[in-house]
Design a protein around this ligand. Structure first.
Ligand SMILES: *Cc1c(COP(=O)(O)O)cnc(C)c1O
Length: 469
């Protein structure tokens, strides 16, 4: 790779007077912008020819890593293949050119997509009704908790302000509860990674009357199925609380189990994870919320219109592509792939909870801790071999978490290639630890100081030019 291509900003490629456009002849006459509203100096914009611009941005785009370039086993994020037919459906002009304020009789097709998608989600989850309004998983959590709050308020049960959240939960759970004005009570996990039911009983004995809900992820963020759900559900319902299901990662459940059947009352689904919308860059996503019968009247207005409609189209296209027969294979295949990687690597990576996992699992760094090679080093070294790193340092239950989620799409050859590289890195950690500690060596940018980047983000060109890189 030619490193020169990466160093330059479009501003640095600028040549005074160079142009990359020609405007058509003005047929509309002149309009003079009032002097008070005009710049006193020209804006400092780059001046480049068209080909320089095309090459610059094409080269930048080639720096991106995505599911379409290679294996992307980012735990808790479900980076699975996004079938291209979804994009074609979402790009159909009949959908793309709709205006949300069009008369209802002109958008019957779009309405049908929304209601058929909701129907499919009900079928897949065992719940009664869905709203497509939330824009993301965290937004769905907030929406679902608002439903729960309004339900308790409708019964004049106003002292229910506490939400029980397991210590293994995704960080958005306590954050959403806090944004919703609720208080968080953390329940501990057992050594096997599942919720400690005795600890839950104590919490309920102490706070019973003020419990609004319990939020759970199942399989949890360790990729483990919570076997005590029937008892947990009974404890929470008996004290008057509702059960909230974080269905951000519904992948392992497709074809295996339904939150509605497990006794959950409210849930969200991340369409962008399980139902294939590209989301590596952060969005747009969709976090539809489903509820048990009788709760749909409490859906709040959390966005205008129907949320991110194009994400809904992709999800519906994906569900139809797989159909009733094949969607059932998603969960079992994702589970098989995760267990295959886990079993092939657990002799060289530390597996703190050695049991059957679901769609993902967590290593606690390398087994041999004497080399000083950390999870961060392993993650960086993987980049040299052309793999996206797994999720690292999450969940917080272990010091060196390395969370791997392969998804159902990957072939055995891809999984074997990844396993071979992970073993190679474990070997390098022993024979040449500095090679791993100073990785990555083959990427356009080496190891960044992400603490500095987070604390002093430099986001403008002028600031970049003024700071010592
Ligand atoms: C991704 C995720 C979320 C948050 O979803 P966003 O769309 O990023 O807001 C919540 N819970 C779990 C378990 C997740 O994996």
């Amino acid at each position: 790779m030619n490193n020169k291509l990466y160093g330059n900003l479009i501003f640095e490629l600028s040549q005074a007077g160079r142009k990359g456009y020609s405007l058509p002849k003005n047929r509309f006459g002149e309009y003079t912008i009032p002097a008070a509203m005009r710049r006193t100096e020209d804006a400092a914009l780059p001046e480049c020819d068209e080909m320089t611009v095309v090459r610059h941005y094409t080269n930048l785009s080639a720096n991106n890593f995505g599911v379409d370039n290679g294996f992307y086993p980012l735990g808790s994020c479900t980076m699975k293949y996004n079938p291209k037919i979804n994009e074609e459906m979402a790009a159909l002009p009949q959908f793309q050119n709709l205006h949300p304020l069009q008369p209802a009789e002109t958008v019957r097709g779009a309405e049908a997509v929304c209601s058929l998608l909701c129907k499919s989600l009900c079928e897949l989850t065992g719940l009664h009704a869905f709203t497509l309004k939330p824009f993301a998983g965290a937004h769905g959590e907030l929406t679902g908790l608002m439903v729960i709050k309004r339900y308790h308020e409708s019964r004049d049960d106003l002292q229910r302000t506490k939400v029980i959240v397991p210590d293994s939960a995704h960080g958005t759970n306590p954050a959403s509860a806090a944004v919703c004005g609720l208080e968080i009570v953390e329940v501990k996990s057992l050594a096997d990674g599942t919720v400690d039911v005795d600890a839950l009983k104590e919490i309920i004995a102490q706070y019973g009357d003020s419990v609004a809900a319990m939020m759970m992820t199942n399989p949890n963020t360790l990729g483990l199925f919570e076997r005590q759900i029937p008892e947990i559900e009974r404890l929470v319902h008996d004290c008057g609380g509702l059960m909230y299901y974080d269905g951000a990662n519904l992948n392992p459940l497709l074809g295996a189990a339904r939150p509605g059947d497990m006794g959950f009352d409210v849930m969200h689904i991340n369409l962008h994870k399980t139902f294939s919308t590209p989301h590596g860059g952060g969005g747009p996503g969709a976090g539809p919320v489903g509820v048990r019968k009788g709760l749909e009247q409490f859906f709040p207005e959390v966005s205008p219109y129907h949320g991110n409609f194009a994400v809904a189209i992709r999800a519906y296209a994906y569900i139809l592509t797989l159909g009733r027969a094949y969607i059932k294979e998603v969960g079992p295949l994702a589970t098989l792939n995760a267990n295959y990687i886990k079993e092939c690597l657990k002799d060289v990576y530390e597996l703190p909870i050695d049991t059957l996992c679901k769609h993902e699992f967590v290593f606690d760094g390398l087994k041999d801790k004497s080399t000083g090679v950390t999870t961060m080093d392993v993650a960086k070294r993987l980049l040299d071999y052309g793999y996206h790193a797994p999720t690292i340092y999450f969940p917080l239950l272990f010091h060196e978490s390395l969370m791997i989620e392969p998804t159902e799409n990957e072939s055995k050859e891809t999984l074997d290639g990844f396993i071979a590289v992970m073993r190679q890195i474990a070997e390098e950690a022993k024979t040449d630890p500095d090679l791993v500690k100073s990785a990555p060596h083959n990427t356009p940018i080496g190891r960044v100081d992400d603490v500095l980047a987070a604390k002093h983000p430099v986001t403008t060109y002028r600031a970049i030019m003024n700071c010592e890189l």
